[in-house]
Ligand binder design. Structure first.
Ligand code: CO
Length: 134
């Protein structure tokens, strides 16, 4: 049902410092900061040969990243994103299996302009899972 790993998202307390580290210490191809007000985050995409890393930083007071950074002040892995072919079919199958879909249950348009959903971390081994229709 799930396909390729689309990205790993890392919440960071200092976006510039994290971008500099990936660019200069790890030698990665680091993009420019992109504000995503609908999601309450500023994102920097890092292109790797086989997947992407997303650096997430809070945007606004009710950003979903604020609480995460309070619990993890140094930053940390926030979620992983798997690609799916048909996000509504996958959602319905997961709901039938008892998994909780966050929010309204309707896909939102994610940072890549494609429909995404998030699944409750308590249902998936403590990991917040994003599904993106590829
Ligand atoms: Co994501």
């Amino acid at each position: 049902m799930i396909g390729r790993l689309n990205h790993v998202a890392i919440a960071v307390p200092d976006l510039d410092a994290a971008a500099d580290q990936y660019r200069h210490v790890l030698g990665a191809n680091v993009g420019a900061p992109q504000p995503e007000p609908d999601h309450g985050v500023t994102v920097i995409f890092i292109e790797l040969p086989n997947t992407k890393i997303e650096l997430l930083h809070p945007l606004g007071d009710d950003s979903p990243i604020n609480g995460f950074l309070e619990k993890n002040p140094a930053g940390g892995i926030h979620h992983i994103c798997y690609e799916v072919d048909d996000i509504l079919a996958v959602r319905d199958r997961l709901k039938e299996s008892g998994a909780r879909v966050l929010g309204t249950g309707e896909p939102k348009i994610g940072a890549h302009g494609k429909p995404v959903l998030f699944l409750h971390p308590k249902d998936f081994t403590g990991t917040l899972v994003e599904l993106e229709q590829a």
